[in-house]
Design a protein around this ligand. Structure first.
Ligand code: AMP
Length: 752
């Protein structure tokens, strides 16, 4: 027999739990001291590593060679501490603690641990999650999944108190981190994370620091002595402040007196009141409140739509936290789970489940703005009745769908080629695991190795320097294509945000279905260049370590290009035509389509049939709206050049003066050279065309399969010498969520 366990690897305490096979309920596994919680403290003594109560006592007594709160620096490369001349990273210390937790749990259960679900703060970045995974592997643990702490707590809560249709805000204030997560309880047991925010340097320790200041001031008032610069005194004050904080948090405790005694400073009796403690820390609470409101805004909900606020984390024991949240939400928050154990219990529930498979990115475009499509999660506004609370009985029904905590982007060069910006590949708060790819233009050099630097960003901000620059990858082996020298090549970059919140990067060239070789490199120490204009060196074609370029830099190139980002868009190439059937030869570049985010331009020469443009094949469940401003006045010269727009059912062949729209061969509208076109296909197969705001035709098509949207050229009988700059702009397309189940975790699976 072997067990699957859940481990809460906490900043201050850790805990291990499992699901009892008889009751199908989660249970804490006590450590070798018989305690449910193991302090996250290690003491190094005479070559031995000491854990548990003994290590905690030694740490509190200020003994040397003790380490605590190392989780705060998880993922940092620099050592967390140096003991007996040996440096230890947070990851190494966590591995030691995890090994101890594993040994204790195996001894208590009397069986080996098969695998484990380990919890991390929701706001942990990819590199902190990777470090957690490596620490677990070093400890000999097979990790089934990492899950976010608030989600684990919500599962524990949901087990006993399921409320169908309820939006629950999980407020998790621990010793070193703060996370706020909105979860939705759907049908029995179906729990989904909707949005999450947090600050991984805000926690109980910040409250301790404020209390420390109060104690220092009091000591100074009593003795005239200033302790601020004394390291040893400050260390002692740290422990004292936490004790005073806990005492002040007890019911009806308005003030606390302590005898403070410091070597070389003597002693004094000092006191702190709850009122002044609360006053000095009110800004910290406001910071948590602002993040709560940000989460609601992200979810599109009002405060009234929150059915309950659930308190998790040791610091929520401070009475001011409850009072603040009651004022903010107009109802008292719930303290219905044990804040110290709920996370481990939830991890144990998850450990008893199978892992999720990948979904495709699902993005809706509303009013031209891309947002995460949450059509899968029916959020409940206050008006929809939240069903009465019930006990699910056992873990069987519970399932969890987690989301991405951060947007993931790549450092790219903007279309004017003068600025670096964050091109988001996966938005924040999207169900995970998820994978998505974007296209970037790159200019290889004819000689030399062509390499592309991909800087991975976590965060929403447009400026790379306001995001976390988490890692650097270098894709190599990019092929130079002489015939495409002017336009460069397209590199598709794919991010896979896995079930653990860890991001994997892949790259492919043009239509290849083989990944480019990719290696991870350490980040340069100085990244400030991303805040400055793009340098000429970085712009040079094929420069080693170039950044994905989306605009074309060199003056001689007339066209700016950015790959269109609608899902399933397929570019039709027109490379083959160098001469026309008439025998005319053309030294010009072949026809191409130039697309920017909201604007598609058609540039061309020598076109003989419609086989170039944007083509989009509609899936049966799709719906879309395409809106564009069309200007055909620059089609030149005439006669002969024309722009064709086709949408399966609609046809238009336009010259520089405009032309007619036909539906099923029937003319429905006459347009001049400039007009606004709106085409939509909605559920049920209703297809509607509007020109300049007026509906000119509608049809129903029972099956949407094989309807093809196409913008491109047509020129059948004549050739034209120069056909350029007919363009459509302001295209917005809302595309329904891609179907589930088509994805696998295979490396070959690409989403673009
Ligand atoms: P956690 O990371 O969830 O284990 O929370 C640890 C934090 O909770 C530390 O900052 C503790 O000081 C704080 N904490 C624990 N118990 C209390 C209490 N009774 N009152 C106030 N803070 C507490």
């Amino acid at each position: 027999m072997s067990a699957s366990v859940g481990i809460d690897l906490g900043t201050t305490f850790s805990a291990v739990a499992y699901v009892d096979p008889k009751t199908r309920l989660p249970k804490i596994i006590p450590n070798r001291e018989g305690r449910n919680l193991t302090p996250s403290v290690i003491q190094f003594l005479n070559g031995e590593e000491i854990f548990g109560g003994e290590a905690e006592d030694a740490f509190n007594a200020g003994e040397e060679n003790c380490v605590a709160t190392f989780k705060r620096e998880m993922g940092e490369e620099k050592p967390f501490c140096c003991i007996d001349g040996k440096p230890y990273s947070s990851e190494e210390l966590s591995a030691k603690l995890l090994r101890r937790l594993k040994e204790d749990a195996e001894a208590a259960l009397g069986e080996p641990i098969k695998d484990a679900v380990i919890t991390v703060p929701a706001y942990f970045y990819s590199k902190q999650r990777e470090a957690t995974l490596r620490a677990a592997q070093t400890a000999g643990l097979k990790v089934k999944k990492l899950i976010d702490e608030p989600n684990a707590a919500a599962m524990t809560y949901g087990l006993n108190c399921w409320r169908e249709n309820a939006n629950i805000l999980v407020y998790d204030l621990g010793g070193g981190t703060f996370d706020v997560t909105l979860v939705h309880m759907g049908k029995d047991g179906e729990l989904a994370t909707v949005a999450t925010r947090g600050n991984h340097t805000l926690g109980g320790r910040d409250w301790d620091a404020r209390l420390q200041e109060i104690l220092i001031e009091r000591f100074e008032e009593e003795t005239g002595l200033d302790l601020r610069e004394d390291r040893e005194a400050r260390f002692m004050l740290g422990g004292m402040a936490e004790e005073v904080k806990k005492e002040l948090s007890a019911p009806n405790m308005e003030s606390v007196k302590v005898v403070a005694k410091f070597p070389e400073y003597g002693k004094a009796t000092i006191s702190a009141t709850r009122a002044e403690f609360e006053e000095r820390t009110v800004d910290l609470l406001s910071r948590t409140g602002a993040l709560c409101l940000a989460v609601l805004e992200e979810a599109g909900l009002a405060k009234e739509d929150v059915a309950d606020v659930l308190l998790v984390g040791g610091s929520t024991r401070m009475p001011q936290v409850k009072a603040y949240l009651e004022k903010l939400f107009g109802k008292p928050p719930l303290s219905r789970v044990n804040p110290d154990e709920a996370v481990a219990l939830g991890a144990a529930i998850q450990a008893s489940k199978e892992n999720e498979s990948y979904v495709s990115l699902s993005v809706a475009v509303v009013d031209g703005k891309k947002t995460t499509d949450r059509s899968g999660i029916q959020l409940t506004s206050a008006s929809k009745a939240v069903k009465a609370e019930k006990n699910l009985g056992n873990v069987g029904l519970l399932s969890l769908r987690e989301t991405t905590a951060h947007a993931m982007g790549v450092v790219a060069v903007d279309k004017d080629n003068d600025r670096y910006y964050n091109e988001i590949v996966i938005p924040a708060n999207h169900p995970r695991p998820v994978r998505a790819a974007k296209k970037f233009r790159f200019f290889p050099s004819p000689n030399g190795d062509n390499e592309l630097a991909i800087y991975v960003l976590q965060g929403d901000d447009e400026s790379p320097l306001n995001c976390q620059i988490t890692s650097k990858y270098v894709a190599s082996g990019i092929r130079y294509a002489k015939e495409n020298a002017a336009l460069g090549v397209v590199i598709r970059v794919q991010y896979s945000y896995d079930e653990n919140g860890i991001v994997r990067v892949q790259a492919r060239q043009d239509d290849s279905n083989v990944d480019l070789p990719i290696r991870k490199e350490s980040l340069p120490s100085d990244l400030s260049a991303f805040g400055r204009p793009v340098s000429a060196a970085q712009n040079a074609k094929g420069a080693k370590g170039s950044i994905a370029i989306q605009g074309v830099g060199a003056q001689s190139l007339a066209h700016k290009y950015k790959a269109v980002t609608f899902s399933n868009v397929k570019w039709q190439k027109y490379d083959a035509v160098a001469s026309h059937p008439s025998g005319a030869m053309f030294g010009e570049p072949s026809v191409h389509v130039v697309a920017e985010d909201k604007r598609i331009e058609f540039h061309g020469y020598n076109v003989s049939e419609m086989d170039e443009g944007v083509q989009y094949e509609i899936e049966p469940d799709d719906s879309f709206v395409i809106e564009c401003d069309v200007d055909t006045s620059t089609i030149q010269p005439h006669p002969g050049g024309s722009l064709n727009i086709s949408l399966g059912l609609i046809e238009a062949q336009l010259t520089e003066n405009g032309g007619s729209f036909l539906i099923s061969g029937k003319r429905v509208a006459q347009v001049g050279s400039r007009f606004h076109l709106r085409m939509s296909l909605s559920e049920g197969g209703k297809y509607e065309v509007a020109v300049d705001g007026k509906v000119v035709g509608e049809e129903f098509k029972a099956s949407k399969r094989n309807v093809v949207v196409r913008f491109g050229f047509v020129h059948e009988d004549h050739y034209c010498k120069l056909l350029s700059h007919a363009y459509v702009s302001d295209i917005s397309m809302s595309h329904a969520a891609a179907s589930d189940g088509e994805e696998s975790s295979e490396a070959e699976t690409w989403d673009d």
